[in-house]
Ligand binder design. Structure first.
Ligand code: SAM
Length: 282
């Protein structure tokens, strides 16, 4: 209900559980109970969550297809004194989820946007991976198409910080196989699956072993995933990164097999890790 006498409302950005409903904080429950409306990615999904806690508030569907159009209207409601909450289907809104445009519009209008921190699969995975966590890079979802995915991975080979990716069950096998090829099978990695849920599993090991396990065990391809890859640290990683760079240049001018052989000779990177990389349609 708009009431100009109470001044502009607040946009609360509220994290919700990534699996275990016990992770909805008491403060999140209080705020969700108190707002005029809740903007939700999927209203049916959010209604279920709210139902579990006995919270009944009006819901507004806000997803990637209508966010642009709806943001201005929601800003007007905030300016008129309504307080709103923004949630996504799971975890922290805006982290590989809608909300960025609404938050930007609210901030540009000088409105208060207040975080209600809580679960995020990315931070949950980082906290249990046992990989360096002082500096890390979140890459979200890799491209669905194989060529674009490998290109993106290749651009990250020399990255020294721990890398984090979200991945879907139907692509986890391909993703790990590509990562093993591009980064080299020895690079340390962790696959965090179904965090906070019944089948929570955190596997670690060299990329080739992880890829092989996921290929052979169908259960390891079920659910939701965060994949973490240790950053390039030592000489071997630097050699591999340089190998990829030289191979990409040479393969424009000659057959991939010869380019891989020469790039391996020049840089000392393993030929097998280079072959097939950077060639169109490879
Ligand atoms: N906003 C969410 C967050 O803060 O984590 C992420 C939303 S994104 C659309 C969904 C992806 O997050 C999934 O495909 C998966 O990669 C990851 N994810 C979500 N829940 C997870 C869980 N319980 N365990 C592992 N990964 C999860």
């Amino acid at each position: 209900m708009s009431d100009p006498s109470r001044g502009p409302g607040v946009l609360h950005v509220v994290a919700t559980p990534i699996g275990n409903l016990g992770d909805l904080s008491p403060r999140a429950q209080t705020v969700l109970r108190g707002v005029d409306a809740i903007c939700a990615e999927d209203t049916r999904h959010t209604r279920q969550l709210l139902g579990h806690f006995g919270i009944e508030r009006p819901l507004v569907a806000l997803h990637e297809h209508n966010e642009d159009g709806l943001a201005a209207r929601l800003v007007e409601r905030l300016q008129a004194g309504e307080s709103l909450a923004l949630v996504s289907d799971a975890g922290t809104p805006l982290v590989s989820d809608p909300g960025f445009r609404l938050v930007r519009a609210a901030r540009e209008a000088g409105l208060k946007v207040s975080p209600l921190p809580g679960p995020s699969a990315l931070i949950a995975a980082l906290s249990v991976a046992g990989l360096p966590s002082d500096r890390f890079v979140f890459e979200g979802f890799l491209p669905a198409k194989a060529g674009a995915r490998r290109e993106r991975l290749q651009a990250l080979v020399a990255e020294p910080r721990t890398l984090l990716f979200y991945e879907a069950s139907h692509r986890i096998e391909e993703m790990l196989a590509d990562a093993a090829q591009v980064f080299g099978g020895d690079r340390k990695a962790v696959m965090a699956r179904e965090l906070t849920k019944l089948f929570e599993t955190v596997l670690d090991g060299p990329l080739d072993a992880l890829a092989a396990r996921v290929q052979t065990e169908a259960d390891q391809r079920k659910g939701e995933f965060v994949v973490l890859i240790e950053g390039a640290g030592d000489d071997a990683d630097a050699r591999l990164a340089e190998g990829h760079r030289v191979y990409a240049l040479l393969s424009r001018e000659m057959k991939p097999s010869l380019a891989a052989k020469l790039a391996a000779d020049i840089t000392g990177a393993p030929r097998k890790a280079l072959y097939g990389q950077g060639t169109p349609g490879a």
